[in-house]
Design a protein around this ligand. Structure first.
Ligand code: NAP
Length: 330
């Protein structure tokens, strides 16, 4: 099968596209003909060597997949050939990555694709959707009527946080780096969308939420606790989920006197059961027409190196070249 893989870590040029052996199916695995995969920043950190992880070479890139089951192992109970499925959390803990024509996935990670949803849409809502759902519901316990602020509302995670927070009944304030992206945030449902490059975001947050925000979701890799905590309401919750190297100052006083709490998490630590529960919510919201994938562009899998270049430029170098997910098709 064709696959996008690496034999060493390094810049995007280390990504090779070529033939690798087809996967061998284990008892509880389904063989999936891949319809679409997507790029996540974590894939960029793994490929570059920035994230210390034991890799067996050739290492196939990719965390997420959407496609069709073509064969099932003898122990598979929940899926059959012909089922359309999506999964996240591959390419880690010994599981192969997804950037290939076929991938074998344990059924515990598989979810059905709702009627009418394309493989491209399903995959673009997988890792980022699970992240947003877990962070809002399991970690921050966002409630209807509360106000949420999310930095970067047109990004991969941000676009899911904006939509899900609205679905959960919250009021949403968000930011983006251009007029066009501010408009995208409004279309996603944000009540207040601000241009962080040209507007006074702090003043606007104070105006729109004089009592403070109940949940501050930080997608930036350099969280500014001074700033975020100053905006938190009584019993406010802050979600941090990016920036492994970040060591910002933490203002203990202003934090505890408001009974605030801090919620850090990495979606890949969530158990298969927790991820399935998040996936069920995602599928339900998609079926109800409330949640939509935010796809920036679709490229052939053979352009995996170019896709990594774009993602790295956008997320790490903050070029702002993307507004949502890059989807790749074998
Ligand atoms: N912990 C986890 O489980 C988990 C899961 C997924 C992702 N992550 C991490 O979360 C981070 C975001 O991931 P992603 O996929 O959403 O990346 P992304 O699609 O590149 O989004 C980054 C966002 O940051 C915004 N941004 C950049 N500079 C900003 C600034 N100064 N002020 C406000 N917003 C700014 C961008 O907005 P503009 O484009 O408008 O500039 C964009 O919306 C990454 O570091 C990733 O590794 C963690």
């Amino acid at each position: 099968m064709k696959a996008a893989y690496i034999n060493q870590t390094g810049p995007p040029e280390v990504i090779l596209y070529g033939d690798l052996p087809d996967p061998k199916l284990k008892r509880r695995e389904c063989l999936i003909k891949v319809g679409a995969v997507d790029v996540n920043p974590i894939c960029v950190y793994v490929r570059s060597g920035g994230l210390a992880m034991k890799l067996a070479f050739p290492y196939i890139l990719g965390r997420d997949v959407a496609g069709t089951v073509v064969e099932t192992g003898p122990g598979v109970k929940g899926f059959k050939a012909g089922d359309r499925v999506w999964a996240s959390n591959q390419g880690t803990d010994g599981r192969p990555g997804t950037f290939s024509e076929f991938v074998a996935v344990h059924e515990r990670w598989l979810n059905p694709i709702p009627q009418g949803e394309s493989d491209e849409e399903a995959v673009a809502l997988s890792l980022v959707g699970i992240t947003a759902q877990l962070g809002l519901v399991r970690n921050a316990s966002l409630r209807a009527g509360e106000t949420l602020f999310v930095n970067g509302g047109s990004g991969g995670v941000g676009a899911c946080v904006v939509q899900m927070a609205k679905i959960l009944g919250a009021r949403v304030i968000t930011t983006a780096g251009s007029d066009q992206k501010v408009e995208i945030c409004r279309q996603l449902g944000a009540d207040v969308a601000l241009d962080y490059k040209s507007q006074d975001v702090d003043a606007a947050i104070r105006d729109s939420a004089p009592e403070g925000v109940h949940v501050w979701w930080e997608t930036l890799r350099e969280p500014n606790f001074e700033r975020a905590i100053s905006h938190l309401a009584m019993r406010g919750r802050m979600v941090v989920m990016a920036g492994r190297e970040a060591r910002p100052v933490f203002p203990v006083g202003p934090f505890y006197v408001k009974d605030c709490s801090l919620h850090g998490f990495a979606m890949f630590n969530a158990t298969a059961r927790e991820q399935r529960s998040a996936a069920n919510a995602i599928n339900r919201w998609v079926s109800e027409g409330k949640l939509k994938a935010r796809i920036d562009r679709v490229l052939p899998l053979s352009q995996a190196a170019e896709a990594h270049r774009l993602q790295e430029d956008s997320t790490l170098n903050k070029s702002g070249v993307l507004a949502g997910k890059i989807v790749l098709k074998p």
